[in-house]
Ligand binder design. Structure first.
Ligand code: ATP
Ligand code: FE
Length: 386
C-alpha cells in the first residue's frame, strides 16, 4: 500500500472528563477542521480518495473513553465510531460519490498486524487486549472469526487504569504506561495476588477480582492516592512499585495461561496456524510482549505485535481494514449527499466479531444477549450465501 498516515488527533486530552453531550458538541465543532488538516498533511483533497472507512462499533456510541481519531491514507479516511464521526464519513462519501465501509473496531485492532507483517496470512490467532476488550480469536479468513475467549467482567486495560489511579500515578498517558514504568522499580513477587479463573478450563478472562485485590492491598499499605507518586517518600514509592509489579505479573500470567490453552484449541481446528497477533492498547507493554513471546515460541508459533502506536487506538487500523474489505468488494454504495435530519446512524454498541467456540462457552459468564447485534462473521457469511 502506498498510503501515508497523516494525522491522529486525540481529543480526549482536550475534552476528557466532560459530559457526553459536551463531548459530542466538541467533536462536531472540530471534525471539519481535523479532516481538513489530515487531508492537507497528505497533500490530498477528498477527490483523491477511493473510499471512506468508518468504525461503527462495538462500543457506546458516545462514551467518555472514546477518542476521536482520524487518518487518511491514499485510499480511505477513517473516523472513530461515534455519531459525529459516522455522519462526517457519510457526508464525505456522499458528497464525493465514494463507497463507504463500516468497520468493526476490534477487527481493525487485529488486522493492522497484516499491514506491518506482510507474511501474516490467514488462518492466524489474535489476542486483543484493550480498555474494553479481552478477546482471543481464531481468524480463519477475512471477516471469518471464531471467538475462543472473552472477558466475563472487566478487560485488562481497565484493571491497569484503575490500579494506576488508586496508586496515585500520572494518568496523562493513561494508566497502562504508568504501571509498566513503575513496575520496573518493584518486586513482582512481593504481594501475593491470585491468578484469576484457574478452576475454569476455558479461555475466558476475568479482571474484576484482581482489581479488588489491588484495591485491598493499597488500603492495607495505607497508600494515599491523593499524594501523587512524584511527591511520595522513598518507602511509599517502593510499596506502590511492589503493588504495580505484582499486579502486572499476575495480570499477564492470566493472559499467558489462557493463550496457552487457546493455541491448543486453535491448532485442533487449523493445524496450519503460524502466528499469534497481540494487539490493542495493552499490547504496547514491553513486559506483556516479552512474556507472550515466550509462550508463543514454546508452542512453535510466532508472535506478531504491531508497533505501540498502532496497538492503541489509531486511525490507520480502521483505514487499513477498510482497504482489506474494499479489495474483496465488501463495501456499501455511496450514501446520499445529505442524510435526512432524522436519519438513524448504524452504530453497533454490542457487536461480536464471531460466534463463540462451543468448547469455550463459560458457565462463569452470564451472557446478556439483549440488543446484541449479529456478529460480523455471521453477517458476512449470510452475504456470501446470497
Ligand atoms: P477497546 O478497543 O476495547 O474499545 P480502547 O479503544 O479504549 O478500548 P485502546 O486504545 O486499544 O482501548 O487501549 C487503551 C488501553 O490500553 C488503556 O486501558 C491503557 O491503559 C492501555 N495501555 C496503553 N499502553 C499500555 C501499556 N504500556 N501497558 C499496559 N496497558 C496499556
Ligand atoms: Fe481500541
Amino acid at each position: 500500500m502506498q498510503g501515508k498516515i497523516i494525522l491522529i488527533c486525540d481529543l480526549l486530552v482536550k475534552y476528557g472528563g466532560v459530559a457526553p453531550k459536551m463531548a459530542e458538541e466538541a467533536h462536531s465543532q472540530v471534525i471539519d477542521q481535523v479532516v481538513q488538516e489530515a487531508l492537507d498533511k497528505a497533500y490530498m483533497t477528498e477527490k483523491d480518495l477511493t473510499a471512506v472507512a468508518v468504525s461503527i462499533g462495538p462500543g457506546l456510541s458516545l462514551c467518555l473513553r472514546e477518542k476521536f481519531l482520524l487518518s487518511v491514507t491514499h485510499s480511505s479516511v477513517h473516523v472513530l465510531h461515534n455519531a459525529v464521526g459516522v455522519q462526517k464519513a457519510r457526508r464525505i462519501a456522499g458528497g464525493f460519490n465514494l463507497p463507504i465501509i463500516g468497520i468493526h473496531h476490534m477487527e481493525a485492532h487485529a488486522l493492522v498486524a497484516r499491514l506491518i507483517e506482510k507474511d501474516l496470512q490467514f488462518p492466524f490467532m489474535a489476542l486483543l487486549i484493550s480498555g474494553g476488550h479481552n478477546l482471543l480469536i481464531l481468524a480463519r479468513d477475512l471477516g471469518q472469526y471464531i471467538q475462543l475467549g472473552t472477558t466475563i467482567d472487566d478487560a485488562i486495560g481497565e484493571a491497569y487504569d484503575k490500579s494506576a489511579k488508586w496508586l496515585g500515578l500520572d494518568l496523562s498517558r493513561s494508566g497502562g504506561p504508568a504501571i509498566e514504568e513503575l513496575a520496573r522499580e518493584g518486586n513482582a513477587k512481593s504481594v501475593n495476588f491470585s491468578i484469576p479463573m484457574r478452576q475454569h478450563k476455558d479461555c475466558n478472562f476475568s479482571y474484576a477480582g484482581l482489581k479488588t485485590q489491588v484495591r485491598l492491598a493499597i488500603e492495607s499499605k495505607k497508600i494515599d492516592a491523593k499524594i501523587p507518586i512524584s511527591s511520595a517518600s522513598y518507602e511509599d514509592r517502593l510499596s506502590r512499585a511492589d503493588i504495580a509489579a505484582s499486579f502486572q505479573r499476575i495480570a499477564v500470567l492470566h493472559l499467558e495461561e489462557r493463550c496457552e490453552r487457546a493455541i491448543e484449541w486453535a491448532l485442533k481446528m487449523e493445524p496450519s496456524i503460524k502466528h499469534l497477533v497481540v494487539s490493542g492498547g495493552v499490547a504496547s507493554n514491553q513486559y506483556v510482549r516479552a512474556r507472550l513471546d515466550t509462550v508463543v515460541k514454546k508452542n512453535g508459533l510466532q508472535l506478531v505485535c504491531p508497533p505501540p502506536w498502532l496497538c492503541t487506538d489509531n486511525g490507520v487500523m480502521v483505514a487499513w481494514t477498510g482497504i482489506e474489505h474494499f479489495r474483496v468488494g465488501r463495501y456499501d454504495p455511496p450514501p446520499p449527499a445529505e442524510d435526512p435530519e432524522d436519519y438513524q446512524y448504524d452504530i453497533r454498541p454490542r457487536w461480536p466479531l464471531g460466534e463463540e467456540y462451543a468448547e469455550g462457552r463459560s458457565e462463569a459468564r452470564s451472557v446478556r444477549t439483549a440488543r446484541i447485534h449479529p456478529s460480523l462473521t455471521s453477517l458476512i457469511q449470510a452475504s456470501l450465501q446470497q
